[in-house]
Design a binder for this molecule. Structure first.
Ligand code: SF4
Length: 256
């Protein structure tokens, strides 16, 4: 059973009102992922509208996969939700995906990056932006396509992580091929849903928040499977999730 809640949030790009369906029973934290992604997208849509009204069109289009070669961080609830989704795919697709993830792992091992990424997902003290920068650069230098990418199309488009949805640029699409040489003009992100989910997971499970590189996320979710077994009342998860969203929104207002 679910209960409907009307949510109203004040974002730097305007008022967001949304209706969400929340399970009334006890669910794992990953159950909140679809709702949080939708909230993030609705907040982002306000930013898009504001940018277009100011004459800055969004360059990102379906089929452009330049940013699908970057290091994508996901929260623990997203890693569990992704694994759950992959397990619903036909066996042939699961096998294809496993092969692509194995190719990614081999490439990262060969460049000495795999263990850094595993460590990032396991660390009780996640790296800050400065510590992440050299790993981000080394990863992007490989131009390694995301394992979910097939012929430059995201095979999990409806289930892709929040970080993939949040990177929208107004600079020319070609610049994304080499953002080191051409820093891109990215749209502001009012609420970073991945970090918000990470904080939520940290609070509920009494663990440090974690950000897990997407290339290692399915392995991580398998290793940590038992951590997605605890259940909380849906309304309690929603309450704590909105607390994190408000925290990000108040930071966004302070930075204006
Ligand atoms: S999950 Fe999809 S959108 Fe995100 S990096 Fe991979 S292929 Fe691209």
């Amino acid at each position: 059973m679910t209960e409907r809640y009307d949510i109203s949030l004040n974002t730097p790009a305007g008022q967001l009102t949304s209706a969400v369906e929340v399970p009334t029973g006890f669910v794992p934290v990953s159950a909140i992922v679809p709702m949080m992604r939708r909230l993030g997208e609705e907040a982002q849509a306000l930013e898009e509208r504001r940018s277009i009204e100011a004459g800055h069109a969004i360059s990102c289009k379906k089929g452009c996969a330049a940013c699908c070669r970057m290091l994508v961080p996901v929260s623990a609830p997203e890693a569990f939700a992704l694994r759950d989704h992959v397990q619903t795919l036909p066996e042939t697709e699961q096998t294809r995906l496993a092969q692509r993830f194995a190719v990614t792992r081999t490439a990262l091992l060969a460049r000495g990056l795999w263990n850094d990424l595993i460590e990032m997902g396991e660390s009780t003290n996640p790296p800050d932006d400065d510590a992440l920068e050299p790993i981000n650069r080394a990863y992007y230098a490989l131009r390694l396509p995301c394992a979910f990418l097939d012929q430059d199309v995201c095979t999990i488009y409806e289930h892709r992580p929040a970080a993939c949805r949040e990177l929208l640029v107004t600079s020319p699409a070609e610049w994304c091929q080499d953002p080191v040489a051409h820093p891109v003009d990215a749209l502001p992100v009012p609420v970073r849903i991945g970090p918000a989910l990470s904080l939520l997971w940290g609070e509920l499970t009494e663990q440090p928040p974690k950000l897990i590189p997407l290339a290692t996320a399915l392995d991580w979710a398998a290793r940590h499977e038992q951590e997605n077994r605890p259940r909380w009342q849906g309304t309690h998860i929603l309450d704590r999730a909105l607390d994190k969203v408000w925290r990000f929104l108040s930071q966004a207002f302070q930075q204006k």
